[in-house]
Structures are given as C-alpha cells and as structure tokens.
Design a protein around this ligand. Structure first.
Ligand SMILES: Nc1ncnc2c1ncn2[C@@H]1O[C@H](COP(=O)(O)OP(=O)(O)OP(=O)(O)O)[C@@H](O)[C@H]1O
Length: 359
C-alpha cells in the first residue's frame, strides 16, 4: 500500500491548512538571496534578484506574476537546473542541506525522488523513446522500491488518478501517442510516482481544460494533506492561487514584491502591483466589475530603472519611489511588501474574496 489517495472525483476541495502556517517546525525549504544571472548577447540578464522565502511542511505556496517576471527561472534554480554559463548564487536549503552546493550525486538522488518538478511544457520532461509506463516504472523502482506486478498496478493507478482512460493499455504508449493534455497528465503521474516531499509545479494545468485542471488541482491538494507534501505552484492565474494555495509570493522584475497568506492578499493587497493584478480580475456574481488591466509592460531586466521597478506603471508613484529600490520588509504580522506606499493603497473597488476569485 502506498499513501497516494484514490481518485478524488467530484468531492469538495480540501481546505488549506492554515494551522501549519504558524508551525514552529523548521521550514522544509529555506531560500536566501537567490540570484540567477543569464549571459545574453545584449548583456547579463539578472533574472532573479535576491529572492528570499521559507516553505513549511505541507504548505502550498503560489508564485504569481506577469510573464517574464522570473517565476520559472526561480523554480528551476531551486533544483539547480540551470547550466553554465548561467550563474546561480545564494542558499537553497532543503531539509537542512544546500541544494546549490551539495555534490551532484547527492543532488541526483534528491531530484525526482524527494523533490519532483512538473514543467509547463511536458515534452521537456518526457523521454520520447520510452513508453509512458516505463517512465513511471523507473521512478517507482528507483524511489519507492516497487517492481513487477505491484509496480505495473501502481503505474496504471497513477494514470487513472490523472483521468486517463484505459490506463492499463495506455502504459504501453509512447509520449507522441498521447494528446497534449494527456502528455501533461502523464508527466504529473511520473513526478508523483516517487511521492515527493516537495513538488515544484510550473504552470502544471494551464494547457488543460477546466474540468481536468480542477481534477488535478484537487489531487495535488489531497496529496498535500495525506502525504504532508509541500508544493510551490507557479502560475499567472490568481483563480488557481485562490483555489489551491495557503500563501502567495508576488513576483515582479525578478524580485518578490509581496508575500502574504492568500486570504490576506485577496482581502487587502499591500503592494501597488498586487493591487493591479487583483483589479485586472473580472470578479464574479454581484462583485463583477470592469477589467482594469495594468498599463504598460514588464521592465527590461537588462536595464532596470533606479528605484521601484513598478514605478513607471504605478498610479501611486511619488518621488519616494524613484531613489533606491525598496526592499521587501515585514509590514504586518506574516506579511511582507516592497511598496513604499503599502499603507496608503486604496482597498479594492469591490472587495475580492478568495471564494469569489476561485469560482
Ligand atoms: N535561457 C534564457 N536566455 C535568456 N533569457 C532568458 C532565458 N530564460 C529566461 N530568460 C529571461 O529571464 C526572464 C525571466 O523569465 P521566466 O521564464 O522566469 O519568466 P516567467 O515569470 O516564468 O514568465 P512566464 O509566465 O512567461 O513563464 C525573462 O526576461 C526571460 O526572457
């Protein structure tokens, strides 16, 4: 018997686990001053600029921000997936060991076993010359010690959990015989086969239709509560964050600009950029409001302006925003913001409740 749950079907969404947020246990992941610099023909692109955060056991952290803000580069850096000439620095301490400096052999056993990653683009993770079944079996054997008939049954069960019809038969298929959505789900099945303690998920459900998306998000939450798995979920979809996460880190221009519990962020954002993101949501029901997209585009990471990188697009900008870049500091219990005007931001035009956005 493994700890993986049976298909969650249409059951109510498992609730977030706020009691874990204040846990005195040491964090599972402790990230300090993480930087990623990418050499490009136009100069060095500082894609991740001094990111700090902790992740507790069983916690789901959403990493949200516009395209190009550095979410994927951050996630890949956590597992030291960038190769030279890309430069990574800082500390990524997982269960007390620094993933950025541990020997390659040790890192290999952590990757795919205790820490799994699912990517936006499944073909980067699937091996085209191995059947889907063989790829699941490989993980079951290496990380769970399962072989033979028990492993075959478990592999079919995993595909079934992902909503893939005729799972036993489909184990013999190669990735190219699966549709795009099925490949995405097969990749998630492979990543979950090892029953990781930490799952790094980069837009895992973006390409899927809403029913399958919902099913997979429910499954991830079930795994979180049954296996005490921690998850970092990268997404640009605040609805997915509201539905899934305990805490959220908002990223802009390669830095975290706000961190808060999901409830606090949706109740009252404390960074002008987060406020802009929430105001660009349509809302629902009686709270339906006109879309207010954030004007302008993301900053050029090759030549950032001095001061707050959001200042050129910000409706609340003053002189105080234009000198040094504001640091991310604690502005209320459990809340951090890098906005000079965090305490002067207006409330959302119509309060966005988590429930409303998750609809
Ligand atoms: N291999 C690379 N070479 C050059 N620049 C890169 C490379 N990978 C990422 N970048 C740049 O780093 C910055 C951060 O990219 P990243 O993919 O992390 O953004 P993101 O927030 O995940 O966006 P998206 O939501 O579109 O995936 C962007 O400016 C991107 O163009």
């Amino acid at each position: 018997m493994t700890g993986l749950p049976a298909n969650s079907g249409g059951a109510a969404l498992p609730q977030a686990a706020p009691e874990r947020l204040g846990s005195s246990d040491a964090p599972l992941l402790h990230v300090r001053d993480l930087n990623v610099r990418i050499p490009t023909p136009a100069g060095e692109l500082h894609a991740v600029r001094g990111v700090n955060f902790d992740l507790n056991n069983g916690e789901v952290l959403g990493l949200v921000g516009e395209s190009g803000s550095g979410k994927s580069v951050t996630l890949r850096a956590l597992l030291r997936l960038h190769r030279a000439p890309v430069k990574m620095s800082g500390e990524v301490s997982y269960a007390g060991e620094n993933l950025l400096t541990m020997p390659e052999s040790r890192l290999r056993s952590v990757r795919g076993g205790q820490v799994s990653m699912i990517f936006q683009e499944p073909m980067t993770a699937l091996n085209p010359v191995l059947t889907v079944g063989d790829q699941i079996l490989e993980n079951l054997s290496e990380h769970r010690g399962l072989r033979g008939r028990a492993a075959q049954e478990r592999a079919a069960e995993l595909l079934d959990l992902m909503g893939i019809p005729s799972p036993k038969a489909r184990l013999a298929d190669y990735p190219h015989q699966f549709s795009g959505g099925m490949r995405q789900r097969a990749m998630i099945a492979i990543a979950l086969a090892s029953e990781p303690r930490l799952l790094l998920a980069d837009e895992p459900t973006t390409a899927l239709d809403v029913t399958i998306q919902d099913q997979i998000l429910r499954l991830l939450l079930k795994l979180r509560s049954e296996l005490n798995m921690s998850i970092i979920l990268v997404t640009h979809d605040l609805g997915v964050i509201a539905q899934t996460c305990d805490r959220v880190a908002v990223m802009y221009g390669g830095r975290l600009v706000e961190t808060a519990t999901v409830h606090d962020l949706f109740r009252r954002p404390l960074h002008a950029y987060s406020l802009g993101l929430l105001q660009s949501l349509p809302g629902a029901g009686q709270h339906r409001r006109p879309l207010q997209p954030i004007p302008g585009g993301p900053p050029n990471l090759l030549s950032l302006p001095p001061g707050c990188p959001f200042a050129p697009r910000c409706a609340f900008v003053t002189e105080a925003c234009l000198g040094a870049e504001p640091p991310l500091v604690e502005v209320a219990p459990g809340r951090q913001s890098a906005c000079v005007h965090f305490d002067r931001l207006p409330p959302l035009a119509q309060a966005a409740s988590v429930e409303e956005v998750a609809l």
